[in-house]
Design a protein around this ligand. Sequence first.
Ligand code: NDP
Length: 244
Amino acid sequence: MADPKVALVTGGSRGIGAAISTRLAQDGFAVIVNYAGNTAAAESVVNDIESTGGKALALQADIADSEAVRQMFERIEADFGHIDVLVNNAGIMKLAPLAQTDDSWIDKQIDTNLKGSINTMREAANRLRDSGRIINLSTSVVGLKLETYGIYAATKAAVETLTAILAKELRGRSITVNAVAPGPTATSLFLDGKSDELIERMSKMPPLERLATPDDIAHVVAFLASPEGGWVNGQTLRANGGIV
Ligand code: NDP
């Protein structure tokens, strides 16, 4: 039997990334579950995948660190022989009006969300096998333009721009590059620090009147990673229940 296709999911240990990791494993990919610090969560995703017959490996690397990212890709190539799919999912969010943002949180969001995505996309551009896939996680706040989301949305808007440009730069290799832009999704990134009342209000914003589940987003990523998604290229696909 041919070696399975190999997918790297950054931030695959929790939230949307954990759902993507599990789904891609169900679809037959060997999955590298990248994480920043929460080893137990990453190992739990790997155990879940292995308990249903899938193949997975947890790898710690801070995506903001270009050398750590390079070493992670080298390790994957050494262990699995090739890489087919990069899901750029790891991200952080800190909300504040621009007038009240502090330097450390501006830097941290740019380093993780923007520079982190650049680091992984650059390695993927050099190493992905032909017919591969790059799928970046953006946010529908790029369209909604809500107060307090400025720095976070700006990092993701930049990722959307990079998505379309990298798709063109990879001409001739049958590699697609797309972004998925969720709306409010029930993970700790969205829920932590919000009142029940605010969560309830935001969950009613889409015409479908609920928060997304991580699986809602994983389904869209799985489509783009599949052969059926192969004609979608250079796009940002908003998966948000119609919020914008
Ligand atoms: P969570 O906070 O639930 O999970 C974040 C994941 O990213 C964790 O696995 C975490 O690892 C990992 N991570 C964070 N920083 C780094 C880093 N520097 N290097 C490697 N891994 C890192 O987030 P979500 O699942 O909600 O978000 C996933 C993506 O979806 C993000 O890009 C986010 O911006 C985007 N998104 C989310 C929305 C939402 O409403 N939830 C809406 C729109 C977009 P560890 O476990 O080690 O901490």
